[in-house]
Design a protein around this ligand. Structure first.
Ligand code: NOJ
Length: 579
């Protein structure tokens, strides 16, 4: 079954649209629908808003967009709490709007990923509501994790697992007669009950969800917490976190909660569904996994043959801005992915992390999380984030580094992800008033962690004052800084030195020069403070992390993130050179 979007009339600007391997080198632009563009002017972005900006994305030169969840949802975790996997939230539009988006994007040469959130639903999902209404032990409850509590009256959670957003991972239900009932598991917010993937009805339900969207012309799915879903059925206690008093979510090997062996069968099953479309006009559909796993070999398992196509390279996102750290992540990632025939991806940010401009403008550039993350070697994540926000950001320095990082990211073999606003050099908004904070992390951490709202502030498109063309005059759901008047897409489009112009030029070159697709990476030695390599024989990339300006290989400078100084590459700058 196909619709109009499966027979796209492709604009000439994306010559790789029909390449079956398009996803291997794709630059994917992440759209966070709430904050992208507000066509109906109610303060929240929507699908028609995204459609209105598709020409902007095509001009920018990306290959695909990934739309974060657009499903019906109470938005208690920004839409990662899905109440219906086969519809569009009325807040964002209709299924007809989604179809229009797919058709328009394909016509413009853009592929479209959407988000699959398979670990948990919203508590508003009809199947969870049915489970709550049903008796303990009923088939309805078997779709989720319901358990009796421990202790004499069952008033202790069934185990010690902790929620990723703080507090326990279990909440207690109330029986129809008002007495306390069983508990249900939620690895994230209380409003996000975990599906029980050991129940065959759950995989079957998600097969249908995949086909529902693939049939409409969706090109791929980003899989939310792709290392969750499977759990040790014994639900054993885990090591206590010294910081939270609940189980530590440190994702160690052998964890009963994360990367549990059952995820493999789920991933293989999804790949088989994607392959059903191999002969369709849009070809086999693809997956990108969201999984923070260490060491990299565990992640690489996810992209072995017959499992998923690609994963986000969060090691890149977690890396400090230093020659040593950037070289190390490249050296580690490329052979590891190459060994299994999968492309590496490069990531600087997303809707969960402190924006790259701000991260690289802090003294500690490797710290990225605006939410709670724990693991071996991490300090108390809460304290870490609390400490991080008040440390002043050198935005000018951060922007300079973010521009250099963008040219590094876009020059490396494999795919790349651009989070909305990165192309405008937007900083994190660190001073959102507390009463406007929306991320569940804020409340669940006892108002210690501000959460992720600072990277989700609506986009500035045009004009001199908020809402900067996001809507026409409605107050955006999160306030935009007045200083963003200088960062609007409109303003930057006409400035050849702007970050938007840099991205456009970089993406055009990336498409025009075959080395970016096929050139082997070979290292150049320009000193310890310089990351330098060739792609093929005729293209060099140089990034200077040291204080001394660097002399460049002979050739034509194609692009620089900062002006050369007397022919030398200054600190915190990247250049691309045709040799
Ligand atoms: C990862 C998503 O990116 C994040 O925004 C969400 O809160 C969690 N998964 C839970 O779905």
């Amino acid at each position: 079954m196909t619709n109009a979007s499966a027979t796209p009339q492709i604009a000439a600007q994306n010559p790789h649209f029909h390449d079956p391997d398009w996803w291997r080198n794709a630059v994917v632009y992440q759209v966070y629908p709430r904050s992208f563009a507000d066509a109906d002017n109610n303060g929240t972005g929507d699908v028609q808003g995204i459609i209105s900006k598709l020409p902007y994305l095509a001009d920018l030169g990306v290959d695909a967009l990934w739309v974060s969840p657009w499903y019906p949802s109470p938005l208690l975790d920004g839409g990662y709490d899905v109440a219906d996997y086969r519809d569009i939230s009325p807040r964002f539009g209709t299924l007809a709007d989604a179809d229009e988006l797919l058709t328009t994007a394909h016509r413009l040469g853009l592929r479209v990923f959407i988000d699959l959130v398979p670990n948990h639903s919203s508590w508003d999902h009809p199947l969870f509501q049915a489970a709550l209404a049903a008796a303990p032990g009923s088939p309805e409850r078997e779709l989720y994790y319901f358990r009796d509590g421990r202790g004499e009256n069952g008033d202790l959670p069934p185990n010690n697992w902790g929620s990723m957003f703080g507090g326990p991972a279990w909440s207690r239900t109330t029986n129809p007669d008002g007495t306390p009932g069983q508990w249900y598991l939620h690895m994230f917010d209380v409003s996000q009950p975990d599906w029980n993937w050991d129940n065959p009805a759950v995989p079957a339900l998600f097969d249908d969800v995949l086909r529902f969207w693939f049939d409409r012309g969706v090109d791929g799915f980003r899989i939310d917490v792709a290392d969750a879903m499977a759990k040790d059925p014994a639900l054993p206690d885990v090591t206590l976190s010294p910081f939270t008093g609940h189980g530590a979510n440190d994702k160690h090997e052998g964890s009963p909660q994360w990367d549990y062996p059952g995820v493999e069968a789920i991933q293989r099953r999804w790949r088989a569904v994607a392959r059903e479309y191999a002969d369709s006009d849009l070809g086999e559909r693809v997956f990108v996994a969201e999984a923070y796993l260490d060491p990299i070999q565990r992640l690489i398992e996810y992209v072995t043959p017959d499992r998923l196509h690609s994963t986000f390279n969060f090691d890149a996102l977690l890396s400090e801005w230093s020659a040593e750290s950037q070289r190390a992540v490249i050296t580690k990632s490329l052979p590891a992915h190459g060994a299994v025939g999968a492309p590496t991806t490069w990531v600087l940010g997303n809707h969960d992390t402190i924006r790259v401009v701000t991260r690289f403008g802090k003294p500690e550039t490797g710290t990225n999380f605006a939410q709670s993350v724990e693991g071996e070697g991490w300090e108390d994540p809460a304290e870490r984030t609390i400490r991080m926000h008040p440390i002043p950001t050198d935005v000018e320095l951060g922007l300079r580094r973010a521009r250099a990082a963008a040219l590094l990211e876009l020059s490396l073999p494999g795919g790349a992800y651009v989070y909305q606003g990165e192309e405008l050099g937007l900083p994190e908004v660190e001073d959102i008033p507390e009463d406007l904070l929306d991320d569940p992390t804020w409340e669940r951490s006892g108002r210690r962690l501000r959460g992720r709202d600072g990277c989700r502030v609506p986009m500035p498109w045009s004009g001199q004052a908020s809402p900067f063309g996001f809507g026409t005059d409605a107050q955006p759901w999160l306030p935009q800084p007045a200083a963003w008047a200088d960062l609007t897409a409109e303003k930057q489009a006409s400035d050849p030195g702007s970050t938007l112009s840099l991205y456009r030029a970089a993406l055009a070159l990336r498409r025009a020069r075959p080395e970016f697709r096929t050139g082997e990476l070979s290292w150049l030695d320009l000193g310890a403070d310089v990351v330098a390599f060739q792609r093929g024989d005729a293209l060099a990339v140089v990034v200077n992390f040291g204080s001394a300006p660097v002399s460049l290989p002979a050739g034509e400078v194609l692009l620089t993130s900062a002006p050369l100084v007397e022919g030398l590459l200054p600190l915190d700058a990247t250049t691309w050179i045709a040799l």
